[in-house]
Ligand binder design. Structure first.
Ligand code: SF4
Length: 531
């Protein structure tokens, strides 16, 4: 192993893993899982990696030494900040490596603007150790391709490295990939359309480790927790495609097996996931979710009209009253919905905003997010936009809008694709009004009756307001003073909210009899940091 002579001291390189973020709130809502998975993928001989999540605090470059390896994970939203950190680290003599969806799509950009020595495309779970070894030998490759690894290669995270009392929710992944093909989403193109499901024997021990540490709220950070629908199975049967039918039934059986094992965990545990609306047709599945303590799910509603759904290739969703009824079905079966809506679709009109706000209330969803149409790289929408505008694209400080993530935050427009009938600022203001209406104190208090005690209702109120500050007021506001004020509010609200999510550790919690924990890549999944 290469060592460095530094003031006559022999030192081994350290590995730093950095999640860039423009705003720091002191406390995070959901743990960025990739940090702790790559920590697990780091060879033991390099010691424990230093993990820096800037949603908590800004990265401290003083911890860096020449020869260290820095892994920076970027998506389009934090690429600009990531490149800033990369340049800083390279100036200090560190090896700079990028990964994540944005680096996968734009590896050359990470080299040109982020001072990369190397870029990892695809899944990092397996290839990360080779990248570090190569840096250690001083010969990193320009690009590594981690590909799409099978579910049996997904690593459990090093939860023992998570700073205590920093997150409200931990995150565990049970399936990667989604068979749908929504036009605004890159998941099906980057993670693939074939669901890669982890076995319950690797998922449950990770969850038990988290409960031992005092985490009872866990996000199942899946692309789509319901990858096989009843319609898919019926279609395979109609086509007499017996092999496909058997595959789908096996995937479905694995989901039920996982949920059955989750149901055997302590009853105070609460899971949250991401799912398509079609799950509401499958009452057996919804009931299994409730039994498995899956109390909430993000459901991509996107649009409330048939035209809007067609525009985003999501016509498997329902619209109008049927949509409200379907969303209520989740709640009736014990699964609260965080509904996600998009504004700025070409089919939207001025009255779409009020209609969406009314639908969100009628459908009795517990939380909602209203995002403005953004063409993300890797999506069909982005490809189409880039082809349509060609060289005639508008520029800000010389940067084409089709590279909007490189425009400094304060100068970056909020909408990029011209709308046929509304100006960008009208869409922005109307979107903000819908957030304000859905998260007004009176509306939150009405929804707070979904929990029983007065204390729980107060907690619900605090969390709703925190959500609004973190996601609406920092993301939609155009002036930096308002964004800074939202960040201050979020920081102020985040700490007490985190305490509400914290549970008493259960160091003695054992595995249910049905679980046969297995090691993945030599990492013991029943690792107990307390012992
Ligand atoms: S938006 Fe959801 S359902 Fe559509 S492709 Fe992406 S993950 Fe799948």
């Amino acid at each position: 192993m290469k060592t460095l002579l530094w003031k006559e001291e022999v030192r081994t390189l350290l590995v730093h893993l950095i999640n860039p973020n423009e705003f720091s709130f002191g406390v995070g809502v959901i743990t960025p899982r990739w940090l702790y998975v790559l920590a697990a993928a780091t060879p033991a001989k390099y010691g424990d990696p230093i993990v820096a999540d800037e949603t908590l605090e800004p990265f401290d470059p003083a911890r860096l030494n020449p020869g260290d390896v820095v892994g920076i994970g970027i998506h389009t939203g934090n690429a600009w900040r990531g490149y800033e950190i990369g340049r800083l680290c390279r100036n200090r003599g560190a090896w700079v490596v990028y990964g994540g969806i944005h680096a996968t799509l734009y590896p050359d950009e990470a080299h040109e603007l982020g001072a990369a020595h190397a870029v990892v495309k695809g899944d990092g779970d397996i290839i990360w150790s080779s990248v570090i070894e190569d840096c250690d030998r001083g010969i990193p490759q320009r690009i590594y391709d981690g590909g799409k690894i099978p579910a049996s290669g997904f690593l459990p995270a090093r939860w023992d490295l998570m700073p205590p009392k920093s997150y409200m929710w931990a995150s565990v992944q049970t399936v990667r990939g989604c068979p749908k093909h929504c036009s605004f989403c890159s998941v099906w193109r980057t993670d693939g359309q074939e669901p890669r499901q982890r076995s319950a024997d690797t998922v449950i021990p990770e969850i038990i480790q988290l409960r031992r540490l005092g985490y009872r709220y866990i996000a199942l950070a899946d692309d789509n927790f319901y990858p096989v629908t009843l319609t898919d199975i019926a279609l395979a049967q109609r086509q007499k495609n017996h092999q496909r039918e058997a595959e789908l039934l096996a995937l479905r059986a694995d989901r039920f097996d996982l949920m059955d094992r989750l149901s055997q965990l302590p009853s105070d545990m609460v899971f949250f996931t991401q799912i398509t609306m079609e799950a509401a047709e499958d009452l057996e599945f919804l009931d299994a979710m409730r039994k498995a303590h899956i109390r909430g799910a993000l459901v991509g509603v996107e649009a409330v009209t048939p035209e809007g759904l067609k525009a985003v290739y999501k016509d498997f969703n329902l619209a109008g009253d049927e949509l409200a009824e379907r969303l209520q079905t989740f709640k009736r079966h014990g699964v609260h919905v965080l509904g996600s809506f998009i504004f700025g679709l070409p089919t939207d009109r001025a009255d779409t905003f009020a209609a969406t706000a009314a639908l969100a209330k009628k459908a009795e969803i517990t939380f909602a997010q209203f995002v403005m149409m953004t063409p993300f790289p890797g999506t069909l929408d982005f490809t189409r936009w880039e082809q349509e505008v060609g060289e005639s694209i508008d520029r800000v400080q010389g940067i084409p809008l089709t590279r909007y993530w490189l425009i400094p935050g304060d100068l970056r427009p909020k909408l990029f694709i011209p709308h046929p009938t509304m100006l960008p600022d009208e869409i922005r203001k109307r979107t903000q009004e819908v957030w304000n209406s859905f998260y007004s104190l009176s509306e939150i208090w009405k929804r707070a009756h979904c929990v029983k005690s007065f204390k729980s209702r107060l907690a619900f109120l605090g969390i709703s307001k925190l959500y609004q500050q973190m996601y609406a007021n920092t993301g939609i506001a155009t002036d930096s003073a308002r964004r800074k004020s939202a960040t201050r509010w979020a920081r102020w609200l985040a700490r007490p909210c985190q305490r509400l999510f914290q549970a008493k550790p259960m160091p003695g919690l054992t595995f249910p009899a049905s679980v046969q924990p297995v090691a993945v890549s030599g990492i013991p999944v029943n690792f107990d940091p307390a012992s």
